[in-house]
Design a binder for this molecule. Structure first.
Ligand code: UT7
Length: 336
């Protein structure tokens, strides 16, 4: 029997750097309340959001990703040609195919690297961290560029009371590469497809094409059963986060930062309380000025904690993403 040659592969992986792009335009609550018959107080109290960034026509999924990726690559000291793969987590790239990742790779000057998108909504970044880490450790890529990016403003109905004030735009990128020590703990991930309709972009392209009257179905916007998702996140996600801690062999006391998906500040508070996180743990609250940017929210929140001086390189952080699918993923990481 012939033997396939064995090769040396990295035993461990780590996040080497993070870079972000925040759209120029800041949109306050007062600018959006009229269309949804709401108020600044209600939005702040129910979601924690004071303002968000909304991308302009010249700020696309790809341009925001490239800007964030350039910073992450420079900070990692890696050139685009050295990349073994580009993964883009997004649900708002407006082409079904080809992927955003191939365009991003091309614009970074690496048009030959393996590149693909993943669709795991607000869990996309943590799905990507698990995937990229396993790729590095499995030998299929030495350095992986992972981007979480959304231009949700393209797929949000500005008159929908349940979503218009929540969703926003932005991009975050990390480089994941080999490491001497474990820098990324086991990913605890899963889904609950019985609640597929709790967050959904509808109608489908085919329904749109087949509609009887032009525009009768509108545009594929995100529809969300807010309370269903809220309850699921509050009650089901803290145990997942605790499982990720246990799998990494890290206690809550050893943790430096908790960087959950920025869905709603009340969800962040409820999870921190359910996990009994000590006061010493820095908790990301980027939602206040960034809104809910789905796949981009965790790297954006990580960047904000650095800017606020709340975390430093080498700190231990717990990440958890959750959203449409429903899907979730969590892992403990050593911060770059
Ligand atoms: O990122 C992916 C995962 N997504 C999430 O995790 C989001 C989870 N869900 C949420 O964050 C919350 O459900 C929302 C922030 C979206 C909504 O907050 P809520 O506390 O669940 O609001 P609700 O839908 O239960 O509505 C409460 C009240 C209702 O009035 P009554 O029946 O109590 O008189 C609504 O009519 O607030 C009213 N309401 C509003 N009032 C002002 C609903 N939307 C609005 C609004 N402005 N935009």
């Amino acid at each position: 029997m012939a033997h396939i040659k064995d090769r040396e592969i990295a035993r461990h992986s780590r996040i080497m750097s993070v870079g972000v792009y925040r759209p120029e335009r800041v949109v306050t609550n007062s600018e959006i309340i009229e269309a949804i018959d709401s108020s600044d107080e209600w939005i702040k109290e129910r979601s924690g959001i004071h303002s968000r960034r909304i991308a302009g026509d010249d700020e696309s999924v790809v341009s925001m990703s490239v800007a964030a990726a350039r910073i992450a690559l420079a900070r990692a000291g890696i050139s685009a040609e050295q990349l073994g793969a580009v993964i883009c987590a997004t649900v708002t790239y407006p082409y079904q195919t080809p992927s955003a990742a191939t365009d991003i790779a091309m614009q970074l000057g690496a048009p030959k690297v393996p590149a693909f998108d993943i669709s795991a909504a607000c869990a996309g970044f943590c799905y990507g961290v698990g995937l990229a880490s396993d790729m590095v450790r499995g030998g299929s890529a030495n350095y992986v560029l992972l981007i979480g990016v959304e231009k949700l403003s393209d797929f949000t109905d500005p008159t929908d009371r349940g979503t218009a004030f929540i969703f926003a735009d932005g991009a975050g990128a990390v480089v994941i590469g080999p490491s001497k020590e474990p820098g990324i703990g086991p990913t605890i991930w899963g889904s609950d497809a019985t609640a597929r309709d709790a967050i959904m972009m509808e109608p489908s392209w085919v329904e749109l094409r087949n509609q009887e009257a032009p525009d009768s179905l509108g545009w594929p916007d995100i529809k969300m059963q807010g309370q269903t998702v809220f309850r699921w996140a509050v009650y089901q996600m803290a145990p997942v986060a605790e499982e990720a801690l246990a799998a990494a062999g890290i206690s809550a006391e050893e943790l430096d930062a908790f960087i959950p998906h920025q869905a709603n500040e009340r969800i962040i508070d409820a999870m921190a309380k359910a996990m009994n996180l000590p006061e010493s743990v820095a908790i990301a609250r980027d939602i206040r000025t960034s809104g809910n940017t789905s796949a981009a929210s965790i790297p954006l929140a990580m960047d904000a904690l650095y800017s606020q001086g709340q975390i430093k390189s080498g700190d231990t952080a717990l990440l958890i993403g959750f959203g449409a699918g429903l899907v979730y993923a969590a892992q403990v990481v050593q911060l770059p």
